[in-house]
Design a protein around this ligand. Structure first.
Ligand SMILES: NC(=O)c1ccc[n+]([C@@H]2O[C@H](COP(=O)([O-])OP(=O)(O)OC[C@H]3O[C@@H](n4cnc5c(N)ncnc54)[C@H](OP(=O)(O)O)[C@@H]3O)[C@@H](O)[C@H]2O)c1
Length: 292
């Protein structure tokens, strides 16, 4: 598997498996299939309410822990000088592991500036191997940079051919930030998947439209973790390393008009600031912001 390196030399497999909106039961059924097929990168979050099931699947897989890249994220109510380390420890406990490979601040609200030095401390203590942020605008990244010894190593953000983030990448150029894309397939939106440009390229290369989009991500240098409950799609999503889009084809995809699925609100919507009881491992809310 191709990897992308963080500024401290941690290698992130460029293609992984995301478990957003998967219940613990779905994780128990599908994550073992994904690991067996060769996935070695799993993206979860405390707010996905499935960390326990993720940890069990990894620990029961027979695959050495150091061969799996595991990401989790903590929610804004857990940010703060006092709050963040207990939240990290609780995630590690639920995941049944001594460390995660990447820890992210999930959303740009609350005491994120106070939380950042705690992430650096967790890195120094070996509880996490790399640290970053998700959904942060440049202004708030710069606020973190003022207190940071380590500039955020990873930015996880919506990214797909209709939200290619070229402008944002430009603003962080030279900082060595790895860009991870959520909604890499537009959350499965047929309006994106069925665009004629992908259909034509799929025909040319004998691939599916989704594989063309994933190949575009690879050549963009993006890290992605498409979510799927289908074994067939799991296999397809791994099978994107035997062909290459030409510069002209990449440019055609880059020319697609931009239409984000999600615009990060300036102020925190209420449910982002709530303190949840993660011991239940049953997601108590349906995220209404992230529409198809
Ligand atoms: N940091 C954040 O705020 C944030 C937000 C959202 C997501 N994420 C992360 O990003 C991951 C991916 O995002 P996502 O799950 O929302 O969206 P996504 O990966 O863009 O799309 C998932 C959808 O695509 C379909 N799909 C997957 N592979 C396919 C293929 N080969 N052909 C056709 N359809 C395919 C799946 O349906 P089937 O089950 O039928 O295959 C599913 O409906 C999440 O799981 C999570 O880890 C992070």
């Amino acid at each position: 598997m191709q990897t992308v390196k963080t500024t401290n030399g941690v290698e992130i497999p460029q293609l992984g498996y995301g478990v957003y909106e998967m219940t613990s039961e779905e994780v128990r059924e599908h994550l073992p299939q994904a690991l067996q097929l060769g996935y070695r990168h799993v993206d979860t979050a405390n707010a996905y309410f499935n960390e326990v099931a993720v940890g069990e699947a990894i620990n029961n897989s027979g695959i050495p822990r150091d061969q799996i890249f595991l990401t989790t994220k903590i929610y804004p109510a857990d940010y703060g000088t006092q709050e963040t380390m207990p939240a990290i420890d609780a995630s590690l406990k639920r995941l049944g592991t001594d460390y995660v490979d990447l820890l992210l601040l999930h959303h740009p609200y609350g005491k994120y500036v106070e939380a950042w030095p705690v992430l650096e401390q967790a890195l120094a203590e070996g509880k996490v191997r790399s640290i970053g942020v998700s959904n942060f605008p440049i202004k708030k990244i710069n606020e973190i940079a003022e207190v940071a010894s380590i500039f955020p190593q990873v930015m996880q953000i919506e990214m797909n051919p209709r939200h290619n983030q070229h402008d944002f990448k430009e603003q962080l150029i030279g900082r060595g930030v790895v860009f991870e894309g959520w909604y890499p397939l537009g959350h499965g939106d047929p309006e994106l998947l069925n665009m004629p440009v992908f259909t034509a390229l799929a025909e040319k290369y004998g691939k599916t439209n989704a594989q063309i989009i994933e190949r575009w991500h690879m050549q963009e240098g993006n890290v992605i973790f498409p979510k799927t409950l289908s074994v067939e799609h799991m296999k397809q999503n791994l099978d994107i390393f035997d062909f290459e889009l030409t510069d002209d084809e990449m440019a055609r995809i880059d020319a697609i008009p931009q239409k984000p699925y999600y615009v990060v609100p300036e102020q925190a919507p209420d449910f982002f600031m709530q303190k949840y009881d993660y011991s239940t491992q049953v997601r108590p809310f349906k995220n209404t912001l992230l529409q198809k």
